[in-house]
Every structure is written in structure tokens, then in C-alpha cells.
Ligand binder design. Sequence first.
Ligand code: O7E
Length: 218
Amino acid sequence: MIKNKGLILSMDVVEKQKAIMIAEETCDSVDAIKVGYPLVLGAGIGIIGELARYAPVIADFKVADIPNTNKLICEHVFKAGADSVISHGFPGRDSLSSCIETAEEFGKEVYVVAEMSHPGATDFFLPVAESIAEMAVECGAAGVVAPATRPDSLKRIRNIIGNELKIMSPGVGAQGGKASDAISSGADWIIVGRSIYKSQYPKKVAESIVAEIESVTR
Ligand code: O7E
């Protein structure tokens, strides 16, 4: 995925027409649109191909199964037109490798959740985040997901993965994180959902987030 604006729109609306309308409005300000269960369950898997007309689509299915099931999920997602898929790392190396091998067959990418952004992530995720990030490097992932709500975690994970892998970082806005802090702490992209799609003016909000990102990158 090409880094340009530094913003990924998380399209967690559940209606096809609304998703398309917001994509049309915001596509000049985003590097990708992230689609997950809410929208795919609401609108069908065909929405991936529809949104891919506006921006590369990240299929956020947080794939977390045995290798064979992971392969089947990834094949489906890439055939539907996704540019990359999000996988969990905790099921282990063989499960993650299966996602990456499948992505390679399609010329696509896998990003691995290293640490989550919500408060409950401290229950189980924090102690394993660094090991998952290391595994993402060793298995050849394109990048990892790390929290904008914990800039210190972002910095630590950036140190572990080096500069070759990318970081996409959710938790900006509705969850309390700040775009400029996340980018300054090592994120390549921030992922923003509600602040944009719930706004009356999604285009304006997306543009202002991009301006904030640019204020720390230029
Ligand atoms: O809080 P919002 O509305 O800006 O939306 C954030 C989106 O990022 C939402 O789709 C949520 O499921 C996702 N997300 C997190 O909020 N925290 C995480 O730790 C991980 C993700 C995520 O997208 O992971 C895969 C990229």
C-alpha cells in the first residue's frame, strides 16, 4: 500500500449506499479504506470491490484461525478485490505464515495486529505485543497495527520492527488518541472511523486530519 496522505478511513457504517457516498466524498484524502465485519455483514462482500473503485481496500477480518482456514479466508478476500488483509498474530507462526503465503500468491499484503487500542488490551495483549511484532518481521508481513492511544507502545513497536515494516494506528479521535502524536511516535498511517463517518462533513474532517498529519511530517 502506498503511503501518501497518512490517513486510512475505517468504514464501519453498515449500509452500502452510505459507504459509497462517504468514499466518494473522502477518497482524495485517504490512502485506503478499511472494511470490516460491520460493513461486510451489512452490505455483503461485494462492497469490497465497490469501494476499491475509490481507494485500496484493507479487509479487516482480524484473521485468527488454523492455517487452512486462514488461507480460505484470505483467498476469498483477495478475490473480492481487497488490497491487503489484517491478521491476528496470537494463533501463531504457522497461521500467520499461511495468510502471508496466500497474500503473496495474489501479490497482496498482510498487516498483523501487534497491540490493540482499547482499554481492555491491557488484560492480555500488552505482554505479548513485542513478540507478535517480532514474529511479523520474521514471517515477512508488510506491517503491523499498533495503538494511537498509547504513543509509548507505538515507539517501542517501531523500534522492534525497524523501518522496513509499516505501522497503521487506530484509536485517533473517538478513542482519545491524537493523529500528530501517533505519527510522531512512529505510525505511517492513522486509522480513523467515527470522527469521519459520523460527521456531517466527512470530507472536511478528513482534510483537517490530513493537515494535522502534514504538520508533523513536512
Ligand atoms: O474508533 P474509530 O471509530 O476511529 O474506529 C477505529 C477502527 O479501528 C475500528 O474499525 C476498530 O475496529 C479498529 N481498530 C481499533 O480501534 N483498535 C485496534 O486495536 C485495532 C483496530 C483495527 O482496525 O485493527 C486492524 C487494522
